[in-house]
Design a protein around this ligand. Sequence first.
Ligand SMILES: Cc1cc2nc3c(=O)[nH]c(=O)nc-3n(C[C@H](O)[C@H](O)[C@H](O)COP(=O)(O)OP(=O)(O)OC[C@H]3O[C@@H](n4cnc5c(N)ncnc54)[C@H](O)[C@@H]3O)c2cc1C
Length: 567
Amino acid sequence: MTTVPAARPHATHEVLNQVPPLAGYDVADDPALLEAAGREGAGWDAGRLHELGLLAGAADTQEHARLANEHPPVLRTHDARGHRIDEVEFHPSWHVLLGTAVGHGLHAAPWADARPGAHVARAAAFYVWSQAEAGHGCPVSMTYAVVPALRHAPDLAQQFEPLLTAAAYDPGLRPPAGKAGLLAGMAMTEKQGGSDVRAGTTRAEPAGPGAGGPHLITGHKWFCSAPMSDLFLVLAQAPDGLTCFLLPRVLPDGSRNAMRLQRLKDKLGNRSNASAEVEFDGALAWPVGAAGRGVPTIIEMVSATRLDCVLGSAAGMRRGVVAAAYYTAHRQAFGKDLIAWPLMGSVLADLSLESEAATTLAIRLAGAAGRAGRGDAAEAALLRAALPAAKHWVCKRAPLHAAEALECLGGNGYVEESGMPRLYRDSPLNSIWEGSGNVTALDLLRALRRQPDTADALAAELALAAGADRRLDAAARRLETSLAGLAGAAGPDAEYAARRLAGQITLALQAALLVRHAPAAVADAFCASRLGGGEGAAPGGPGVPFGTLPDGTAVGEILDRARLVPR
Ligand SMILES: Cc1cc2nc3c(=O)[nH]c(=O)nc-3n(C[C@H](O)[C@H](O)[C@H](O)COP(=O)(O)OP(=O)(O)OC[C@H]3O[C@@H](n4cnc5c(N)ncnc54)[C@H](O)[C@@H]3O)c2cc1C
């Protein structure tokens, strides 16, 4: 018999060069965010921002995010005895995430807070917390956005605003007036179209005498996210035209309103949030705003959610570049940390520039929205162009950014456990909802054509950085020429300009903010790579892949400045 050799240790089980989890860090340790929030009047909230940042970066929050996405919501149309209940069951982790957001007032608290900068503080906190998990940001944003629209019905606002702004998460279907806090959603999009909401077929008939009282709503909506919310703004064709209504899930007498959830969408992005198809079968709803003025009324909600789309995309970019930098700082190839290889450094610096520019502009817009809400006409004019432009451009840059950030993790970035696939899958969403790419670009054109003070407000904002960078000065002149050309444009050309202008305006605004406020290395590299024209500049500007920064870029300074690798 031959001798059996002694068992050898399993050398294959030794794990080398894998990166420890990115957890236990302060998501709010983000210089671009902190500086922008301070400039826009929310420096007083820095303490809370860091508190929320630590919570967002905590391992157990990440675990809640994973669980909420791996256990998607389930629709329960009927109870065991066959009664319709139309409820959606969420994983407990969803409630933890949403409860934290509401507990910190991210949904609607600034509407009840007279302090200057309250909306900026909320925007910064939303940006920080949505890096923990994006899906539950949907009901948070919609609740924030419903308040200005609801104010078109002062009686309803008086009744519900205190509950919408209360920092109390009170899930479950009960009469709204008896709850500690409320969440709100919206139902505009129908099967035959979401961009052209005037073509909606849902009908509203007065439930009694007089046009100002409750109506019975009959029809369907093809997308209605966060269907367990307490209140919804709904568009419906009333006798006097398309009108906005407030529709509660539960009626004051405790009975369920006739809002039937048909099915939940099987979506590309996050799996944590539910988006339903719904039918209203004579559901009771109350008018908000004047009869026939449904679009101008609900547009107030749309513009607040558009701001959150920009904030959400900027947050996704920051999450992506931090994950990429952390990973490459802890993984070696060819004898060095990946981040130390020049080309990886250039990719990360380019991702960081995009992220810083998006964050800086998003918080500037939040400041403008807060001031416009307090009657500042110049800021309102700036927003008319800057918001659709940024909604278009920043949200469109997000998927490219997420794809490149993911690739920094190599094959691990393609695996769900890294969290990067979730970031990537979610990244196109902000561009689609609340006005898809073409629609926001066309909104921008309309604003520029209809209200001349819009272009003046843009020029005034850019003039604040005039003379500081020759590439920015040239970009501002090109933009002026493009805007002047709008008046004479006809036929298809009049619309072809829309996306170009959205890009031109956003890049010029971002560059102007960076030139004024960011370190020289950041501003210089942004202007050189995004505005073109310099020696060794990337040939195609921002259309080319990331990692094509011009020769001589101060990569190390850009990376250090962004504090990408958590301390
Ligand atoms: C995850 C998710 C959640 C959502 N949640 C909600 C919700 O809670 N409530 C709600 O009401 N809706 C919701 N939506 C719907 C969303 O707002 C719509 O999908 C969006 O407004 C586009 O409408 P549509 O899908 O009907 O596309 P369409 O209107 O059919 O548009 C299709 C494409 O054509 C483009 N287009 C349209 N008009 C023009 C034009 N004149 N010129 C050039 N291009 C044009 C659009 O930009 C788009 O790219 C949600 C969507 C998603 C994906």
